[in-house]
Design a protein around this ligand. Structure first.
Ligand SMILES: CC(C)(COP(=O)(O)OP(=O)(O)OC[C@H]1O[C@@H](n2cnc3c(N)ncnc32)[C@H](O)[C@@H]1OP(=O)(O)O)[C@@H](O)C(=O)NCCC(=O)NCCS
Length: 125
């Protein structure tokens, strides 16, 4: 359904030489189509953590969104405690924009959410 509308949400992440194994997902969805704003999300299977797969796959997704979908602003967010995810956003060249307090209810409690974003003008092809 999303693919039919040209929304890359989500795509499977696989190894170049082993395309039958999906080791994670990466995707983007529109937050505000008029303002050309999208949000990025990613997850990698635990046995593959720490090998650069999140950064590599999210980088490819960001490039696609800016080059093919005409995105102006691409944001991502994570729980404040999720240091691996905020590090991924930093490595993607995204800038920290602030923390929304108690913005998500998950697993029986509220969580503060850190927001990061990269703009078209900051993106190097
Ligand atoms: C967050 C996640 C996608 C990272 O995937 P990954 O493939 O391991 O990420 P990468 O290897 O590309 O990069 C991880 C970076 O975070 C760092 N990192 C990992 N754990 C960390 C921690 N506890 N504190 C600080 N940095 C940490 C790594 O050292 C690496 O940075 P470096 O290259 O500078 O050393 C993965 O842990 C995951 O799927 N977690 C569960 C789902 C999730 O949290 N998704 C994001 C929701 S917002």
């Amino acid at each position: 359904m999303s693919y039919e509308k040209g929304v890359p949400e989500p795509l499977g992440v696989c190894l170049k030489h082993e395309k039958n194994t999906v080791l994670g997902t990466v995707g983007c969805f529109w937050t505000d189509k008029k303002a050309k704003g999208m949000e990025l999300a990613y997850a990698i299977s635990e046995e593959y953590w720490g090998k650069g797969f999140a950064v590599e796959s999210a980088n490819a997704m960001i490039r696609y969104c800016f080059n093919e979908l005409g995105v102006e602003r691409l944001q991502a967010r994570c729980k404040k405690e999720n240091k691996a995810s905020s590090r991924v956003m930093q490595k993607l060249g995204m800038k920290y924009e602030g923390t929304l307090r108690s913005a998500v209810f998950h697993r029986g409690r509220f969580w503060d959410m850190e927001y990061y974003a990269i703009l078209r003008s900051e993106f190097s092809r």
